[in-house]
Write a protein that binds this ligand. Sequence first.
Ligand code: CA
Ligand code: CA
Ligand code: CA
Length: 480
Amino acid sequence: MLRLPAGKHPGAKRSPAEGGQPSRPSSDYLLKMQLVRRTRPAAATLSCPTPEALARNLSWHPALPTKSKMRIPHSHAFIDLTEDFTADLFLTTLSASGASQFEIWENLDGNFSVSTIFEKPQNMMVVGQSAFADFDGDGHMDHLLPGCEDKNCQRSTIYLAGSGTKQWVPVLQDFSNKGTLWGFVPFVHEQRPTEIPIPITLRIGDYNMDGYPDALAILKNTSGSNQQAFLLENVPCNNASCEGAHRMFKVYWELTDLNQIRDAVVATFFDIYEDGILDIVVLGKGYAKNDFAIHALKNNFEADAYFVKVIVLSGLCSNDCPRKITPFGVNQPGPYIMYTTVDANGYLKNGSAGQLSQSAHLALQLPYNVLGLGRSANFLDHLYVGIPRPSGEKSTRKQEWTAIIPNSQLIVIPYPHDVPRSWSAKLYLTPSNIVLLTAVALVGVCVFILAIIGVLHWQEKKADDREKRQEAHRFHFDAM
Ligand SMILES: [Ca+2]
Ligand SMILES: [Ca+2]
Ligand SMILES: [Ca+2]
């Protein structure tokens, strides 16, 4: 486990000046927080070890010798960026000259060592939060960076740095629709304490399950005051500037349901119906002042596309795992998931995702990963899962499963952590009409084959009888 010094922990309290939540939130907000807190202790005392017990096992030690200052607001991540299924550390820091830069600290033999430092795109003035997704569907993690080329975000851009490259390729530059120019909402340090400062953020999810992750972004009308959530679809590149990435984002300007939510502040994906299809949750300003309302939009996308939903648990018990109890635990940060399959045209297809790689500044990542498979109903040939490992441990913690059925949910229990071959995976299938139709078709085919066998058998028996009669007839004739 990585341990950061106290105060630098992602969960540590931050002052509003550092980009944390304001010290005096609105009364509604406070009320909700109190309600949540009140319900917590009862559940916590049942399953968690006492704070004293935890304190006994924890000790602080330096993990990284970085001298760079951290950028505020940061967008650090804990995700595998070196294709070895072990989470590395991605840091957003400031260079000596004060420019925004990115550091990748690779987990090499159990120790974090700096592998790459690279700068932001040259003309980017406002830098948003980095997001990670396998944008081009090659099985390796890519780095998406939204931002603006001027202070007021009149010219917004989303850049992509492909896996292993330091080269920035723009994947979305055109933010105009019917003469109206839209742009990201820049992060403002000094705001009224009633507002929550949120950096420019892309929230990732494959809403149409084609295997290419799409995104949700909040844009504002640069000439007016309207602010809305927009869906950005990942489509093949159709202009010269994004050629290096092969893919680009296309903004859905005319989605009535999303457009109806005025003054959207946060938008993210969530599988509300637990059916593997990602729905959308939008936080918008309510009708009353300083009031927020949560809107949920059902994704009624009904294409014949397939998915696999993977959740990697911590594989821990609250105390020592008593006998016969499966150590489920909760979903842990840092696992990396990759699949290989064959698409409808017979070509090899990959996809990958990291689980819970970011949390601060409302990253609002999914607690699981929904990997779109496109229209191919083929089995997943291989599904690899790797989890982070503690400092000093040299062997990777990675396991492979084969022949995973599409449209299923896989729950991976990595217990014990250091013996990947003992890890277990539970597969849950969602019974749907298609399953019933398949069963009917299967029974129908069986009955049809049985009928053919029956007819053939009957014909053969008839032929046998005829032959026997002829034989007997010939015998009599010969005897004469
Ligand atoms: Ca790695
Ligand atoms: Ca990729
Ligand atoms: Ca997609």
